[in-house]
Design a protein around this ligand. Sequence first.
Ligand code: NAD
Ligand code: MN
Length: 492
Amino acid sequence: MPGLEAAEGRMLIDGQLVEAEGGRTYANVNPATEEVIGQVADATVGDMDRAIAAARRAFDETKWSTDLEARSRGMRQLHEALVRHKEDLRPQIIAEAGAPLQLTYAVQQDSCIQDMLWDIECAEKFEWERELGVHEFFGMKSNRRVLHEATGVAGLITPWNFPFMLNLSKLVPALMAGCTAVLKVAPDTPWSGTYLGKLIAEETDLPPGVINVVTSEDPAEVGDLLTGDPRVDLISFTGSTQIGKHIMVRCAPTLKRVFLELGGKSAQIFLDDSNIEQIAGPSGASICIHGGQGCAIPTRMLLPRSKYDEGVARLEEAFRNVAYGDPTDIANSQGPQISAKQRDRVLAYIEKGKQEGARCLVGGGRPSHLEKGYFVEPTLFVDVDPDSTIAQEEIFGPVLAVIPFDDDDDAVRIANNSRYGLSGSVQSGSLERAMNVARRIRTGTLSVNGGMWFAPDSPFGGYKESGLGREHGIEGFREYLQTKTIGYPTTR
Ligand code: NAD
Ligand code: MN
């Protein structure tokens, strides 16, 4: 495939681009064509062990964690390298993740490169130390100083859906905080990590060991080493709720700090005074972006009974017109699912939805006009029971579940009838009414009347089983910091 010459198959360990022990490799597959696009290092436990050791050494034995200037310089060099090479990276992300080209101009690539500057500046301007002043305790006066320090070695584990964005979303704040890191990327999207490793090694002064990038076909073996190892102080994970819980258990014996950004089943609510005629169609069909493979995508739509039929008609029209297929075609907003396994998982949920009595109005299968690739048709389910499987479980496919409601209270109740709590949206003719509903939704982010919450300084994360902690913003930066309080005398 042309345009992929720049891709890197080696890992970054202790400052060196290296093969896996014994030269082990595995195939990177393009989910749109089912073709092998390259071979990448398949790490052994020994490789992961060396990466952890390198990160530990860089943290304990170098000035990295206290040298903010060196961190700024190195990360700004990485930013410049990414700007220089973004046209080398773009085809890699499209080919390995099946990411639509149009999305790479935004959150799959370009906006993350831009947004990393916010994280760099956040650390540069951060109040690392503050004085609390004098406090009297049993007749003795003391000054107190609060210091923020790097937590230590961070294990960063990322998924395949927005691989480059999530690698950067963890790497930049972790390193700017003064942590050192081992990035374990998703098996399906190794290049989004190894290319970062290549640029770090070849075009920055970032010292050996501060960032290590590990790729492996089997995530469990090397992943369990990373999450269980006492040399690692913190795990930052994005992925499924199931693996998130497993990781939390793994982290318990050594009491690691755990940050988890997990699944979602977010609701888009259209109140009865909203512009359903105009907005419901495009808003509903937008869940097909990137094949619905996004944790914050609102894959339940709640429509008022009084305008239900009208909303369903608009949705049907919009779902029939979703542009999907070849991700290299700028017109398509939906590409393939990441793998045959994920496609089959989505198709199984669609079958379950039919069995449980929901009406499948559009799609519901594999597209007949696309011979290769792990595609699923844009799929619209209406009359969905809010307690049924397709209304409760994260499908991670282009599948919308439409649910009717009676009044605002009923909408809030249905929206909150979920073990997840990641995101959602509310539409109303009245901003105040929409805001009142938004306040009652138990999720970490919300869009009101089309407002966009996503930004580098917007904290992002979940309530309930959607996770722990926040990514992005000052809250996200603080996840990588420890707090130390020092008491000292008022007189010298
Ligand atoms: P996953 O949770 O298994 O994988 C996410 C990351 O965790 C990957 O890097 C994977 O290699 C790693 N991992 C897996 N087992 C591990 C272990 N024992 N120790 C350490 N790391 C480990 O997700 P998946 O299987 O790729 O996808 C399954 C479902 O997860 C999807 O259908 C979707 O519902 C959900 N998902 C959610 C997100 C999200 O952004 N919240 C992302 C991807 C997948
Ligand atoms: Mn791939």
